[in-house]
Design a protein around this ligand. Sequence first.
Ligand code: ZN
Ligand code: ZN
Ligand code: ZN
Length: 305
Amino acid sequence: MEIAFCQYIFYRAFSLINDVFCVIFIMGYSMLFKYLGTAAAEGFPALFCNCDACKRALNAGGRNIRGRSAALLDGHILIDFPADMLAYKIRYNLDLINIKYILFTHSHIDHLAANELCYYHHWYSNRDTSGSGITIFGNAKVLQLIQDAYKFDTGSMNDSITLCQIELFKKIELGEIIFTPLAAKHDSKEECAIYLIETNESKLLYANDSGPLPDTTYNFLKGTRLDFVSLDCTCGKISADGGHMGFPENLLTKNRLIEQGSADNTTTFISHHFSHNGLVTYDDFSGLAAGSGFISSWDGMELVL
Ligand SMILES: [Zn+2]
Ligand SMILES: [Zn+2]
Ligand SMILES: [Zn+2]
């Protein structure tokens, strides 16, 4: 009788654990967010530069070496497509055939290498072209530049690419992941975006080339608690003016997000998109950042959302 009772208790405990794990598995959706590159336009070290910051980055190596900013979500969604994408494919052993969506922040050439995207055309690829191809989201200028590049290179875009124009503050649902392009103050000649990225489990604000966030973006984020905030830190420790941020502006942004309840002391703050003109390498910056509750992004850094 005692043995039977023990067996019953064991069975109930096992069932309960099993049920809990099943619920977590069904309810939760975790996403891997990988920073492929974390530099501003010129790269770090910059292509044509031998300044002190570039020399120190090159000598130190490791996380001090930064490629142009881009991110990969769950192996099939890219944010931006810089000229370093081939290097990232090799460095991280990426299978870019799996890419189904590319979301662009804006058209600047460190984020959109339109000529490189032409290599998706079947002239240049032996992939199976019977699938659904790639859907590209971007502002009007992004989509026009891609069309122009294809027209120049292959004559037309007859190659399973679907172009969708984004609308600021309007959600884009891609399976379990929701993207909302939010306003950035970066280049008045086009509608630059940063992205709110949401899964069932967490929320990430991903920003590069944002400048201090506009009031419309702060207002949209009221009522949303962010788990991760990744901010433009193009100018390093130097205070920025206009369409970029430096670390002083990152601190102001953090304070305002906390004040309005969009972040708290459990939110992870990340400084991202570094220019050599900001004069700080990863090694220089990471100590400064940690003292104020930030971490510095690095190429290959991963977040589980
Ligand atoms: Zn940039
Ligand atoms: Zn330099
Ligand atoms: Zn830019």
